[in-house]
Design a protein. Structure first.
Length: 147
């Protein structure tokens, strides 16, 4: 599969200083970002959920694909450079290899979330119920409702 950085080389760059926000939770989505260099911290509802430092990593794909506002904030921990794909959905439609990268990433994240949910349920010594584990399993298996 072609390299994400090569596929986005023609897209404009954005440079962020340490501490600068790339995305704020609740902001309207639509743009996709590709990390070229630096380190980003992802925070949701005050909880740090990820550090992104691998060149070629995608940021903002959930809001692009779901058509939702951003669910998390993303800030630069160090000086950071990203490629910006504005109005990313048409770009993905025109660039099937990039769309495949996004789909692969989404599946990998779902697989990891699923694996963790099973691990948590086993540690709780029981089947999923109406607890947080039951709600998590329900969310993983629910069909999305779009209007």
């Amino acid at each position: 599969m072609a390299n994400i950085l090569a596929l986005t080389r023609s897209q404009p760059q954005r440079t962020l200083a340490a501490g600068e926000a790339l995305i704020e939770a609740g902001d309207t989505g639509g743009d996709l970002y590709v990390l070229e260099e630096g380190r980003l911290r992802v925070t949701r509802e005050g909880i740090d959920i990820a550090t992104i430092s691998e060149p070629g990593a995608l940021i903002g794909e959930m809001s692009v694909l779901l058509g939702d506002d951003h669910s998390a904030s993303v800030r630069a921990e160090t000086a950071t450079v990203v490629r910006v794909i504005e109005d990313a959905l048409p770009f993905l439609e025109r660039t099937p290899l990039m769309a495949l990268h996004v789909a692969t990433l989404a599946c990998a994240r779902l697989e990891e979330t699923s694996r963790l949910a099973v691990q948590f349920a086993k540690e709780a010594e029981g089947p999923p119920d109406h607890s947080v584990f039951g709600r998590l399993f329900g969310a993983l298996t629910a069909q999305p409702v779009r209007g």
